[in-house]
Write a protein that binds this ligand. Structure first.
Ligand code: SAH
Length: 276
């Protein structure tokens, strides 16, 4: 590894949930000053235009079942670029600390004595619901909220969770990476005492112009998904709070119908047009 006199620094930046404008000001500052940007599939690629003209871009998104660059290679890459004296931005979807492996990357940087800064981002499990008209807490509908993985690295990918505690003790549950295991999630919650009529919402591509929301109940949603072919990336939100969507849905009202040309986007709603 070539070591430069001036050691660089790595900025582990949360890109926010989707819409490019939902990155933080600090995240944007780091992007503008970066020599290298290492980015993921879920970080909006439109953010790359804010980096300087000489910036090097490295894509390392992990597509399902196809690992473009394994995590160890990413860790090594970050260390190498920093030791070359570069200012490196590691741009990650949502918040880097929420199922974002920032702990592994920061530990590797620390082990090599590389300086780093971690910049939080808005996580999809909160942003996608609120763009679907569902706050994750509400004094009357939900006072506890959990962020839960819907997938793990076991052979069948089904997460080993304390289902009884989740079903009985948490009002609103956001499952990440859970669409493939939706039948399992619904079955487990019902088997552990959650009412089959409990409302559930699936929000795909939250905060983007192509956002789509599907609602149902723990008993009905699997069939709805089969009918509509709903797929990742999506947040699964479970809880009575989902009912609020009927009254406070706002973002999707201004969106196009999914048509390529967004002909139904309301005049003046540039945000919707730009993010489609
Ligand atoms: N660090 C990210 C989460 C990475 S795990 C964050 O804080 O948001 C990847 C999972 O996040 C996806 O499988 C999906 O469940 C969720 N996700 C990420 N972006 C999303 C989006 N725009 N809309 C809905 N779900 C999203």
């Amino acid at each position: 590894m070539k070591v430069n006199m001036k050691t660089g620094k790595v900025y582990l930046v949360g890109a926010g949930p989707g819409d490019e404008k939902l990155i933080t000001i600090r995240g944007m500052e780091c992007l503008q000053a970066a020599d290298v940007v290492v980015y993921d599939r879920l970080a909006n690629p439109r953010l790359l235009k804010y980096a300087g003209p000489d910036t090097e871009f490295i894509y390392c998104g992990k597509l399902p079942k196809r690992h473009t660059l394994r995590q160890e290679s990413i860790n090594t890459l970050l260390v190498e670029k920093a030791l070359e004296g570069k200012s490196v931005v590691r741009l990650k979807g949502g918040d880097p600390g929420v199922f974002g492996r920032v702990g592994e990357e920061a530990a590797e940087l620390a082990a090599h004595g590389v300086e780093y800064e971690i910049i939080p981002g808005i996580t999809a499990g909160i942003a996608a619901p609120i763009y679907a008209g569902i706050p994750v807490t509400h004094r009357e509908y939900g006072t506890t909220f959990a962020i839960v993985t819907g997938h793990d690295k076991s052979a069948d990918g089904k997460p080993s969770l304390d289902w009884a505690a989740l079903a009985a003790g948490v009002d609103t549950i956001a499952f990440y990476m859970g669409i493939a295991n939706l039948p399992h999630i619904c079955e487990q919650l019902i088997a552990h005492g959650r009412a089959p009529e409990t409302p559930i919402a699936l929000i795909r591509w939250g905060t983007m112009g192509r956002q789509k929301t599907l609602t149902g109940t723990l008993a009905s949603i699997v069939e709805e998904v089969d009918k509509s072919g709903f797929s990742n990336p999506a947040i699964i939100l479970v809880g009575e709070i989902v009912r609020l969507r009927e009254t406070i849905s706002w973002f999707e009202k201004n969106l196009c119908s999914g048509s390529k040309f967004c002909w139904r986007a309301r005049a003046g709603n540039l945000a919707a047009l730009q993010t489609c």
